[in-house]
Design a protein around this ligand. Structure first.
Ligand code: NAD
Ligand code: MG
Length: 396
C-alpha cells in the first residue's frame, strides 16, 4: 500500500483538536507518510503556536491577535508570519490539499469558506460553521468541488457507515451526557465553570466542554447532522450513551442499523479524515468489549437539558434561526465562563433570543439566508440580543 501523502493546513493548531491533529501527523510521518505543512494558525497562544511550528515546519504562520505580530516574527525566523483575521483567511486560502478547520465558534466560518472555495478537502471540526451557515457552505463546496470530511466523532461515525444515503430512515447521534448527566437541576443551577469543564470522557476546549455540559453540543450536532446529511430534524434522535463507544448509528429502511464503534479518542476521526478515502495506521487505544462488559443507553432528560429542544426548534425553523441560536449560545457560554451568568441560564439566553424574533422576522427566518453577509448580520444582531438577555438575567 502506498504511503499517505498530503499537503495540509491546520486552522486552530493550538486547540484540543489542533493538538490531536499534530499528534496524528507526527505518527503518520513516523510511519513513512509524507505530510507537508503549508500553514498553521492560532488565536493568541503564541508559545503553543511557536512549538507547533517547530514540530510541523510550516511555510506560513498566522495569529489572530494583531498585537502579537512583532513577537511572532521574532520567534519564527525564516518563516512567513501574518497577524489578524485577514492573515487567518490567507492561511486557509494557501494551496494545501487538506485543511483542518478547528477554530472554535463562528470566527472559523470565513477561513473555512476560503478553503472550501478553492476546492480543498476540508476536515470539519468547527461545527459552529455549519450551524450558522450550513446550506451556504455545502452549496459553496459543491460549486468548488470541495470535499467536507466530518471530524466531529458522531458525524464522522455516520459518514463512515452511510453506505446508502437514499435509504436512510433515521439517524441516532449518541451523547456521553456530560459531567451533569446525573445531577439534579438544583445542583446544576450552582455549577461552576470548572465543574462544567470537567468532562467525564473527553478532554476538550472550554467552549465545547460547557456545550457538552448543557447538551447544547448535542443540539448543535443535531443541526450539523441535518445540514451535512440532508436528513430532517424530526428523523434525528439523540441517545445518551455514557461509555461513548458507539459514536452514532444510521437506521436504514430495511430495519438494519449500522454503527461505528471505537475508543473515545479524537485522533481516530482526525486520522480517518486525513487518510480518506483510505484508512491510516494509528495507535489509538483498541476497543476491548469484554473488559467494558456492558454498553448502556438512555433517553436524554430534556427538562434538565432544555438546549436540545431549543436546537431542534431552531432546526425546524431554518438556517437563520440556527445561526441566531449559535450566536446566542456563544455569548451565553462566554458570560458563564467569565462568571457573569449562571449555568442553567445559558439555555435561557438562547431561548430569549429565539423567542424575541417577531412574526415578521420569523417568516424571514424560515427562508434560507442567501448570502454570507446575511449570516454575518444575523450573527451580529443575535449577539447583541444575547448580551442584553444575559445582562438582564445577571441583574435579576
Ligand atoms: P479549543 O478552544 O481548544 O481551540 C480553538 C482553537 O481556535 C485554538 O487554536 C484557538 O487559538 C483558535 N481560535 C480561537 N478563537 C479564534 C479566533 N477568533 N480566530 C482565530 N483562531 C481562534 O477548541 P477545540 O476543543 O479544539 O474545538 C475546536 C472546534 O472543534 C470547535 O468548533 C469544537 O466544537 C469542535 N470539536 C471539538 C472536539 C474536541 O474533542 N475538542 C470534538 C468535536 C468537535
Ligand atoms: Mg461530537
Amino acid at each position: 500500500m502506498s504511503a499517505l501523502k498530503r499537503c495540509v493546513t491546520i486552522l486552530g493548531v493550538t486547540g484540543s483538536i489542533g493538538r490531536s491533529t499534530v499528534a496524528v501527523i507526527e505518527e503518520v510521518r513516523a510511519r513513512g507518510g509524507e505530510i507537508e505543512v503549508e500553514a498553521i494558525t492560532a488565536g493568541g497562544n503564541l508559545a503553543a503556536l511557536v512549538e507547533a511550528a517547530r514540530v510541523l515546519r510550516p511555510k506560513f504562520v498566522a495569529v489572530a491577535e494583531e498585537g502579537l505580530l512583532v513577537d511572532a516574527r521574532a520567534a519564527l525566523p525564516g518563516i512567513e508570519v501574518g497577524a489578524g483575521e485577514d492573515a487567518i483567511c490567507e492561511a486557509a486560502a494557501r494551496p494545501a490539499d487538506w485543511v483542518m478547520a478547528a477554530i472554535v465558534g463562528a470566527a472559523g466560518l470565513a477561513p473555512c469558506l476560503r478553503a472550501v472555495e478553492r476546492g480543498a478537502m476540508v476536515a470539519l471540526a468547527n461545527k459552529e460553521c455549519l450551524v450558522c451557515a450550513g446550506p451556504l457552505l455545502i452549496a459553496a463546496a459543491a460549486r468548488a468541488g470541495a470535499t467536507l470530511l466530518p471530524v466531529d466523532s458522531e458525524h464522522n461515525a455516520i459518514f463512515q457507515v452511510l453506505t446508502h444515503p437514499d435509504r436512510v430512515e433515521k439517524l441516532t447521534i449518541t451523547a456521553s451526557g456530560g459531567p451533569f448527566r446525573t445531577w439534579p437541576y438544583e445542583r446544576m443551577r450552582a455549577a461552576t465553570p470548572q465543574e462544567a469543564c470537567a468532562h467525564p470522557i473527553w478532554s476538550m476546549g472550554a467552549k465545547i466542554s460547557v456545550d457538552s455540559a448543557t447538551l447544547m453540543n448535542k443540539g448543535l450536532e443535531l443541526i450539523e447532522a441535518h445540514y451535512l446529511f440532508n436528513v430532517p430534524p424530526a428523523r434525528i434522535d439523540v441517545l445518551v450513551h455514557p461509555q461513548s463507544i458507539v459514536h452514532s448509528l444510521v437506521h436504514y429502511q430495511d430495519g438494519s442499523v449500522l454503527a461505528q464503534l471505537g475508543a473515545p479518542d479524537m485522533r481516530a476521526p482526525i486520522s480517518y479524515a486525513l487518510a480518506w478515502p483510505d484508512r491510516a495506521v494509528i495507535s489509538t487505544p483498541r476497543l476491548d468489549l469484554a473488559a467494558l462488559g456492558a454498553l448502556t443507553f438512555e433517553t436524554p432528560d430534556e427538562a434538565r437539558f432544555p438546549s436540545l429542544g431549543l436546537a431542534r426548534a431552531a432546526a425546524e425553523i431554518g438556517p437563520k434561526a440556527t445561526a441566531a441560536l449559535n450566536a446566542a449560545n456563544e455569548i451565553a457560554v462566554a458570560a458563564f465562563l467569565a462568571g457573569r451568568l449562571g449555568f442553567t441560564e445559558i439555555p435561557s439566553v438562547a431561548r430569549d433570543v429565539l423567542d424575541g424574533l417577531d412574526a415578521g422576522e420569523l417568516r424571514q427566518f424560515q427562508k434560507k439566508p442567501s448570502t454570507f453577509d446575511e449570516v454575518r448580520a444575523i450573527d451580529k444582531a443575535a449577539r447583541r440580543a444575547a448580551e442584553h438577555a444575559a445582562m438582564a438575567m445577571a441583574g435579576a
